[in-house]
Design a binder for this molecule. Structure first.
Ligand SMILES: Cc1cc2nc3c(=O)[nH]c(=O)nc-3n(C[C@H](O)[C@H](O)[C@H](O)COP(=O)(O)OP(=O)(O)OC[C@H]3O[C@@H](n4cnc5c(N)ncnc54)[C@H](O)[C@@H]3O)c2cc1C
Length: 526
């Protein structure tokens, strides 16, 4: 993972002449990146970890598994939101964890937490570092130092129970590592968020992640059967049976706990045999409302696509203007929808046919399989485009929410209007694109991508816009986050999301499992 951009430099996506033309004409973005900073030019705040603490940590994990080197601290200095990336490229001195610690087992995690509680050191659990909400920011909050606790050595497939269809996976496995281990045994998890290539099993659980195949396989939290969590006061092994009436489900407290309650070391997950067959079909709808109603019909009937998503008019149009467009020549406007089906040949044929009938009845026009295959081919590559856009002087960021089907259109309109007005106020025209990629019988998520011109300090420019749009989401009944989580960035809206009593309940849990408050301060709980 690059320290100042997304992923693998070999996959970088330079802007095509078409996109440059579109940016200049629509937004007045004409810049070229003149200020390439190398990692060794970045000035990090010096490590504040006292020598004796460094030695004590080294005694727990081994001297080679703890580092205060800038080269190790820089990649853990934050996540991968647009403000994170802009901050990384800044010539101003930057904050970073004082040390990076890589434990290898639960005993080591427990010993590190005990030491940090005793010596007043904050601990930020670190998976893939793909948080887009400030979830891994090194917030000191009055502690003497802050360490990044990198879980990458928890990298095993512990067990695969083929009879029950469950696998126990180490928290530090990345998406591809986990799928490779399972595929070697003929199984798949089926969790494919756009950050799949770098995010980890522990991070998915800690943030309630949702992948692009959620229509078929569910959100990550729906796949979780059990969790092992090391807290500063003891270790929990949660989730005994496929279902239980033994009081409130404590797994739910740790799913989405964003490293503030404990360190997830292993996750027991529902897995399925690798699908024998895949089928693809793309659709066009005359407008977003018609498309959304069609997706709702499919989801409420339960016809069973694995992937189902719908782009609005702007996202479809922008996609058509790009050289590596997913739409192909057949897409001429309107709103593009993609469906994918997985399973045995019989399952796929039956689900595909039921879905086709519903989509046709709801006003869809089939575009055949090619645009859907093209979408799948490029499904993890969009973040590379953001890097090129930022370098060219554009502001590009995403945000997401969810609401009931009845409120969806109204929320989409309100968010679009706020984004457009707030960016206009900052001095730039904007392109606001939206898609639905996670559907439920009662509602859906809305995922927005915004492109504008950077004006003044782009971090402050976006902060103003983000505050306005979060207020709008909350005022219109949407959730402050459908899958990006709370982190530091959404924390100011958490009390409106769960209420004052809800916040007190979270604080009470925090006081119980982390009395010294060392775990990921400044995140999740207001
Ligand atoms: C380009 C891009 C695309 C994205 N697409 C999606 C998407 O499609 N769907 C989606 O859901 N999200 C998406 N995200 C958000 C992000 O990838 C998810 O939040 C992901 O689940 C985080 O996993 P991670 O391993 O990178 O965790 P990190 O970023 O390392 O950590 C995230 C949070 O979880 C905590 N944490 C991590 N590991 C543990 C652990 N083992 N125990 C306790 N706490 C832990 C951290 O302290 C932090 O609070 C995207 C992000 C980017 C940058």
């Amino acid at each position: 993972m690059k320290w100042d951009a997304w992923g693998d430099p070999a996959r970088a996506k330079p802007l095509s002449e078409d996109i440059k033309g579109l940016l200049a004409a629509a937004l007045g973005v004409t810049g070229d990146d003149a200020s390439q900073l190398t990692a060794d030019q970045v000035v990090l705040r010096p490590s504040a970890l006292p020598d004796e603490d460094l030695k004590a940590l080294a005694a727990i994990v081994g001297p080679s598994q703890v580092s205060t080197a800038d080269a190790d601290r820089l990649p853990r200095a934050g996540g991968k939101s647009t403000p994170d990336l802009l901050r990384r490229k800044s010539r101003e001195p930057q904050d970073a964890p004082d040390a990076v610690v890589l434990p290898a087992g639960e005993e080591e995690v427990a010993a590190v937490l005990a030491l940090c509680a005793e010596r007043r050191i904050a601990v930020v659990p670190f998976g893939g570092g793909t948080s887009v909400v400030g979830g891994v920011d090194p917030i000191r909050a009055g502690f003497t130092a802050v360490i990044s606790l990198d879980l990458r050595r928890f990298d095993r497939l512990h067990t695969l129970d083929e009879v029950s269809g469950e696998a126990v996976l180490g928290a530090g496995l990345t998406g591809p590592q986990a799928e490779e281990l399972l595929a070697a045994r003929g199984y798949e998890l089926g969790h494919y968020p756009q950050s799949f290539r770098y995010a980890t099993i522990g991070g998915f659980a800690a943030t309630r992640s949702s992948g692009q195949d959620s229509a078929g396989y569910g959100r990550f939290d729906e796949m979780v059967r059990g969790l092992r969590v090391v807290t500063p006061v003891g270790t929990l092994d949660l989730g005994r049976a496929p279902a239980s009436a033994a009081g409130p489900d404590l797994r739910e407290l740790f799913l989405g706990s964003e490293g503030v309650f404990g360190v997830i070391t292993a996750v027991r997950l529902r897995v399925h045999p690798l699908p024998a067959v895949r089928a693809y079909e793309a659709w066009s709808f005359p407008d977003f409302a018609t498309g959304a109603a069609a997706l709702r019909a499919v989801e409420q009937q339960g016809t069973g696509p694995t992937v189902m998503r719908l782009s609005d008019e702007t996202e479809t149009a922008v996609n058509l203007a790009m050289t590596d467009k997913i739409g192909g020549a057949q897409v001429t406007g309107g709103c593009l929808a993609v469906t994918v089906f997985e399973g045995t040949a019989e399952q796929v044929a039956a689900r595909h046919e039921l879905t086709r009938v519903a989509l046709l009845a709801a006003g869809g026009t089939s575009l055949g399989e090619e645009p859907a295959r093209a979408w799948e081919h490029g499904r993890f590559d969009a973040p590379y485009l953001r890097d090129s856009l930022l370098a060219a002087g554009a502001l590009c960021e995403t945000l997401e929410t969810a609401t009931g089907w009845a409120q969806l259109e109204e929320l989409k309109t309100a968010v679009t209007q706020t984004l457009t007005a707030a960016l206009q106020e900052s001095g730039s025209a904007s392109l606001v694109m939206c898609h639905i990629s996670h559907v439920y019988p009662t509602g859906a998520s809305l995922y927005f991508t915004v492109v504008a011109a950077q004006q003044g300090d782009p971090i402050e420019q976006w902060a103003v816009v983000k505050r306005a749009v979060c207020d709008t989401i909350v005022a219109n009944g949407g959730t402050i986050t459908h899958h990006h989580a709370i982190g530091a960035d959404h924390r100011p809206w958490m009390d409106q999301e769960i209420g004052e009593l809800g916040v007190r309940i979270l604080r009470a849990v925090k006081d119980t499992v982390d009395p010294a408050g060392i775990l990921n301060p400044g995140k999740l709980i207001p």
